[in-house]
Design a protein around this ligand. Structure first.
Ligand code: AMP
Length: 584
């Protein structure tokens, strides 16, 4: 197909306002295309050269494109600038000046085909380094001078990343379904969901028809569109929906990540299918080391771990610090763990049609959990009490809630679909407790890395009036200025003791103990149940105390308060209960 013919289809697409008509023009266009052209045509029609996940974009700058137009049409740069100012679209400018030029030509040059154009655009998008700008200019002006004015208009918009015909991947899928499957999108859409590559799907259909869709497997290197979860408001509803017995997994508050292993190399994709490999060199190394597979696609959640407290961090905090420090420094500051929860492809085998329990088993077989790659904590549950217990553990371990998963034989991996095979249940809490709390410092942990020489975190306690004890509620490592942080050892030195003070009730053993003396103001996200903290232990639930989640120092030292004036465990119980009332 000549590029100018393609451009004529684009004109028709642009002039229609009806979705159905747009699809039928696409059908006509794809029918006309040769087998080896359909992939290129599909990408070009979406204004791209490759699928989105490749991360390669054309986006040539205005200046370069204007120069190429002026060179191709033999018009003065000033003339191009003036026209551009009027029209606001270099595509229209190219059309206008080339119209004038072609009226003067005796012989029209040989018009380029779609594939010729595609291959030069491919070169343009890959060219980089010294001399690249001149090379791009020469290629583009060469292309423009061979095109019809209408063809030049669309080519200019394409190279600037501004084609915008209003065609989306789904519109092309519809057209392909009309052309090859009597309008039934099921198989074609599945192939697309498994590969996210519209060009590859279109070409496979053109070459081998619908049969090719049945054989299409996930391909390491091409992201699978993620399976999504529905949401319900109570454990009872979740249990009923999933038939009474189900798998519960921790719902980690991190960044969803698909890790592809291809011949020992690891590539990471985000939930939106962007290639995020450069952002997580630590995850790459960990997956390469701890996932035993030659070729695999696994999925999990990347979560930041506070190096001072060992606790999981809320994801915004990891992102925020990454922005502040850049990748290299953040690596040292915040180690990450990846918690894997699924495997969709393993050494040549498509596992997307395999039920959840078998996929999980396969995942367990290939993951070595001794490093920073972990398996999502999981339990099979068949009553409400175990559901609630698991949920509380998830929250106290720093998760957002739980993900309930169907365990029947129907529980396939539904790429690109939101369905009832996965149901999320999280507790929506306000991101901050309305009140601050004042807590006594009873211990500290030695700092590492940037905090070497001072404390990484403090161990804080609330006061239990009834037993006259200080019961731990959290480790505090955030909210300090550097100056304050490094002044801590000196400031607290007169409270230092060798052994745990008798009135301190703690299951945690810090590096340093303090006699309760100093009181510090803390702001937290919420109060959660915790098996490791002793405040109000057993009061709300057996074998669990209360903890403050994501504590931050406000900067205020309550020198006006004695340790016995700290927030009491009774107050924490009241805060926990009023928080529950707000949620339900
Ligand atoms: P939401 O973003 O609230 O719609 O919740 C769905 C997200 O939870 C998924 O996209 C994952 O990023 C994340 N997630 C965390 N833990 C799990 C898990 N164990 N299984 C599935 N998804 C999880």
């Amino acid at each position: 197909m000549l590029y100018s013919e393609l451009a004529d289809y684009y004109s028709r697409i642009e002039s229609t306002t009806k979705r159905l008509e747009m699809t039928s023009i696409l059908v006509e266009m794809l029918k006309k295309a040769d087998k080896n052209e359909v992939a290129a045509i599909s990408y070009l029609t979406l204004g791209k050269l490759y699928p989105d996940f490749s991360g390669i974009e054309m986006g040539l700058g205005e200046k370069l494109v204007a120069k190429a137009i002026s060179r191709a049409a033999g018009s003065k740069p000033k003339e191009i600038d003036d026209l551009y100012e009027k029209a606001g679209d270099l595509g229209l400018v190219a059309e206008e000046v080339l119209k004038r030029k072609s009226a003067q030509l005796l012989f029209q040059p040989k018009p380029p085909t779609v594939l010729e154009i595609y291959s030069i655009l491919d070169k343009i998008s890959r060219s980089s380094g010294g001399g690249a700008q001149d090379e791009k200019l020469a290629w583009l002006s060469g292309l423009l001078s061979g095109l019809t004015p209408n063809g030049a208009k669309y080519l200019v918009r394409t190279v600037m990343g501004k084609l915008r015909l209003g065609v989306a991947d789904m519109t092309i899928l519809d057209a392909l379904a009309d052309l090859y499957a009597d309008g039934d999108r099921t198989l074609i859409e599945r192939a697309y969901n498994l590969t996210s590559d519209i060009g590859m799907v279109a070409e496979a259909l053109a070459r081998e028809g619908l049969e090719a869709m049945k054989n299409l497997k996930p391909t390491p290197g091409k992201p699978i569109r993620p399976m999504l979860a529905e949401r319900l408001q109570s454990p009872e509803e979740v249990m009923e929906k999933l038939g009474g017995t189900l798998a519960l997994e921790y719902k980690y508050d991190g960044e969803r990540c698909q890790a592809h292993i291809i011949k020992g190399e690891v590539v990471l994709f985000s939930r939106r299918l962007e290639n995020i490999t450069p952002q997580f060199p630590d995850v790459i190394d960990a997956v390469a080391k701890y996932v035993r597979a030659k070729a695999a696609i696994v999925e999990g959640e990347i979560v930041g771990v506070d190096p001072n407290t060992g606790e999981l961090m809320p994801f915004q905090q990891l992102m925020h610090r990454r922005r502040k420090y850049g990748v290299e420094e953040a690596l040292e500051e915040i180690p990450t763990n990846i918690f894997l929860f699924d495997v969709m492809y393993l050494d040549g085998e498509d596992l997307t049609n395999v039920p959840y329990l078998d996929r999980r088993k396969r995942l367990e077989e290939i993951v070595d959990c001794s490093g920073s790659v972990k398996l999502a904590t999981r339990s099979i549950i068949s009553n409400i009490q175990s559901f609630e217990k698991f949920f509380e553990e998830a929250i106290s371990d720093g998760c957002e809630g739980v993900m309930a998963k169907d365990i029947t034989t129907a529980s396939v991996y539904q790429a690109g679909a939101r369905g009832w095979l996965w149901i999320k249940y999280k507790r929506d809490y306000k991101s901050e407790l309305a009140d601050t709390v004042d807590l006594a410092i009873v211990g500290a942990f030695n700092g590492r890395g940037k905090r070497a020489g001072t404390y990484g975190a403090l161990l804080l306690a609330a006061y239990d009036k009834a037993s006259d004890e200080f019961c731990t509620v959290c480790k505090l490592g955030s909210g300090f200025s550097d100056e304050e942080l490094f002044s801590l050892p000196k400031k607290l030195s007169d409270a230092l003791v060798k052994e745990k003070p008798a009135r301190v009730n703690s299951l945690i053993k810090p590096d340093i103990w303090f006699e309760p003396k100093y009181v510090i103001e803390v702001k937290g996200a919420e109060i959660t149940l915790s098996p490791v903290h002793t405040a109000a232990f057993g009061k709300i639930k057996d074998a669990a105390g209360l903890a403050i989640r994501f504590p931050r120092a406000t900067g205020k030292w309550r020198t006006d308060k004695s340790p016995e004036d700290s927030t009491t465990t009774q107050e924490l119980v009241e805060m926990y209960q009023s928080q529950l009332k707000k949620i339900t």
